[in-house]
Design a protein around this ligand. Sequence first.
Ligand code: FE2
Ligand code: FE2
Length: 228
Amino acid sequence: MALYAIGDTHLSLNSNKSMEVFGPGWEDYVERLRSGFSCVQPGDTVVLCGDLSWGMSLEESREDFAFLNSLPGKKLLLKGNHDYWWTTASKMNAFFAENGFDTLSILHNNCALYGDVALCGTRGWFYEEERGEHSQKIFDRELIRLEASLKAAGEREKLCFFHYPPMCVGFRCDQIIDLMKSYGVSTCCYGHLHGASHRFAVEGKHGDIDYKFVAADFLGFQPEKICE
Ligand SMILES: [Fe+2]
Ligand SMILES: [Fe+2]
């Protein structure tokens, strides 16, 4: 049994937003994802750190979910800034059940258990969001979601997953990092940064937290093993 993470699959099987227009880094990415997942066994778990499908609704994303469902392992889905299909947990879970996508579940306002370890997380917040009058509200909501997820973990060891980086070169979100610290989070995975922005990613141990950057185009479309 192993735990993996990868973000930013940016699938577009039923729409015309293929990432291949972004150059060689994304060339043939659907097939690269399929072969990248060959390291994953059916009993493993993969956290998908947001920006998963370009579909504008669950219906439009159906083919993308069918693809993700066909990959090995149990997949936990986190929201990214481009997941416009995202709706209420009950609607998403019902849609997955109706379509037989039985390896997909949502990580939102809760935590999932991986053995004795709790998998927590939320979309997070980034300086790009710093616009419009609702940004403070969005940020406050993300902090509440994160704390709800960390609380749900109780005394268990906690790993935390985000779409947005809690910190990168030139950016640090103290409130999110402080929350992780106060709940004793040991490892933090995030995605979102692409192409030339890979150079802003921060990895390794900072304070007591080990940061891992898992955007698919950075990982060569192979999920990163987080632990056994
Ligand atoms: Fe992305
Ligand atoms: Fe993103």
